[in-house]
Design a protein around this ligand. Structure first.
Ligand code: AMP
Length: 542
């Protein structure tokens, strides 16, 4: 029997119309070198219409790709709103990609237009001549005349283009299954892989972001969105904010601990989202310059494992609750969120919060063992996590031949290794490629990192496996000591004795100024291993 229900399309044109009318008074607040500049969602809606008219004027039709090379700011939100709503496809270029990768993704996605922030023009200009399909570059928040156009490319000023347009646009009906936006994985091996989100997947994902068991974004909230709009769609926060009328506080290029502390002080958001390394910097800044941040109801942290010590510092020193979440570019990115069951209290509740979280109804998960057997959810069996659902990628852009190993029988192989409790809480122990195999047993690099980062003198610790004649592999710990503090390898090893199994205690330690990071701020273990292989690390063997 067919249902009797209408078949309205879950399109981002509907989302934009809704956000810019029903929530016309919500704001996008952009941080600048002279404080905040504000724009309402009503104004964003009008500018989105102007942008869509301008792009039509430049000949953008159908599902042509419009790329951004931008910080998190009001203009980027306008572009997020306008491009999919007009039926074109948004491609958020990661401004921190290596030049060859940047050229690769622009050519692979066949970007037709690039909208670039004025401050980023020098970074883009070098690679622009190699971006074969780009015909138009639009410079926002800056002077378009600073960009010398390569042959066949026209350069425009964003504000001049928009000024000449009507603030109304006849947003088309769009099939909810068509592509709305593309993000490339920041994979440290091989070429980046493209994920094309659909209007439908973004819509459903936005609803999930707002659910109270999830990120709980709600009308009237002000959310500080540090996670870049070019990384996994800023965890879905911009579209979710338009859906429910939450305001967005956008840090633009001011991503260092000091300006973040300033924007917190001035704007007092209730909610914030970023990867652990950003918070590590902010917590150190707050240690040196104490400031009340207890107006933050919650801080969502994901992208890498959150050390329990960070959660306790937030809670006990600042009165702020950390919500741990797991996801990946291929999962839109929301996969799981760690909110303890209501009945759990005390240490039991903390144990749930340390985990990567619980799967929502739309994310179906399973664990697969080495021999392909599906493992039980007993909180102990460890295997590779596989997921499926309506906002999970079923293939990479380019078709089934691109990295076919990642997908099988309708499941996405995440490459993450962990265990799941009977009630659906995931604990990751590693990336499959980062697990340390020592004497036939596995050592979790994440467990070791969390344990070392619990030491009060340690700012950051990254652990990789290095070859060992006797054990195959042993852990090497790279430690960044907090400013003004000191600690030795022996002291750290002693500190670990009651925290990890004796055979896991690392004997190889190195002290570094900084752990190398990927383009999205995660520990770059591949580079750390390369530093080791090239003999660049000064190692103490205990
Ligand atoms: P990306 O596609 O760049 O967002 O990277 C996704 C990967 O980041 C996942 O497959 C995990 O390996 C890692 N990741 C994301 N969130 C977490 C988390 N909460 N704990 C541990 N690893 C995480």
């Amino acid at each position: 029997m067919l249902s009797t229900m209408q078949d309205g399309q879950l399109s981002l044109a509907r989302l934009l119309r809704h956000g810019s009318t029903v929530h016309s008074e919500a704001e996008v607040i952009t941080w600048t070198d002279s404080g905040a500049r504000r724009e309402t969602y009503g104004e964003v809606g009008k500018k989105a219409a102007k942008l869509a008219n301008a792009l039509r004027g430049l000949g953008v039709t159908g599902d042509q790709r419009v790329a951004t090379f931008m910080w998190n700011n009001a203009e980027h939100l306008t572009i997020y709103a306008a491009i999919p709503a007009m039926g074109a496809v948004l491609h958020t270029l990661n401004i921190r990609l290596f030049p060859e990768q940047l050229v690769y993704v622009a050519n692979h996605a066949e970007d037709h237009v690039v909208i670039v922030d004025g401050t980023l023009v020098p970074l883009l200009a070098k690679q622009l001549p190699e971006m074969k399909t780009v015909k138009h570059v639009i410079v926002a928040n800056g002077d378009a005349s600073t960009l010398e156009a390569p042959a066949g490319v026209q350069v425009h000023s964003y504000s001049a283009l928009l000024d000449a347009q009507s603030d109304e646009f006849d947003w088309p009906e769009i099939d909810e299954r068509s592509a709305a936006a593309i993000c490339y994985t920041s994979g440290t091996t091989g070429d980046p892989k493209g994920v094309a989100y659909s209007h439908r997947s973004i819509w459903l994902h936005s609803m999930q972001v707002c659910m109270s068991d999830s990120m709980r974004l709600a009308q009237g909230d002000k959310a500080l969105v540090i996670v870049p709009m070019f990384h996994a769609m800023s965890w879905g926060l911009p579209y979710a904010a338009l859906m429910v009328g939450a305001s967005l506080l956008m840090p633009d290029r001011f991503l260092q601990p000091k300006p973040i502390a300033e924007m917190l002080e001035v704007e007092r958001p209730e909610f914030a989202a970023a990867v652990p390394t950003v918070w590590q910097g902010l917590l150190q800044q707050l240690d040196a310059n104490p400031q009340d941040i207890s107006y933050l109801k919650e801080v969502v942290i994901g992208g890498s494992a959150v050390p329990p010590s960070m959660m306790h510092t937030f809670q006990e020193r600042h009165g702020v609750t950390v919500v741990h979440a797991w996801g990946m570019t291929e999962t839109s990115p929301l996969g799981s969120v760690a909110r303890p069951p209501k009945a759990a209290t005390g240490d039991a509740a903390w144990a749930y919060r340390y985990s990567q979280g619980r799967f929502p109804a739309s994310v179906t998960a399973r664990l697969v063992g080495d021999s392909g057997d599906v493992l039980p959810w007993d909180g102990e069996s460890v295997g590779e996590l596989e997921v499926q659902g309506p906002w999970i990628a079923g293939a990479y852009l380019g078709g089934a031949d691109v990295d076919p190993d990642k997908f099988h029988d309708g499941w996405l192989r995440t490459g993450d290794v962990g265990k799941i409790t009977h009630d659906g809480f995931l604990t990751l122990t590693d990336r499959a490629k980062d697990v340390i195999k020592s004497g036939g047993e596995w050592i979790s690099s994440v467990d070791l990192e969390n344990a070392v980062m619990g030491h009060p003198a340690v700012a950051e610790a990254a652990v990789v496996g290095i070859p060992d004649e006797k054990w195959d592999e042993r852990p090497l710990v790279a430690v960044v000591v907090k400013e003004g503090q000191s600690v030795t390898a022996e002291e750290l090893r002693d500190y670990l004795t009651d925290k990890v199994a004796k055979w896991q205690l690392p004997e190889n330690w190195t002290f570094v100024d900084e752990v190398p990071k990927t383009s999205v701020g995660k520990f770059d273990k591949k580079r750390l291993r390369a530093f080791h292989n090239e003999g660049k690390l000064d190692i103490s063997h205990l």
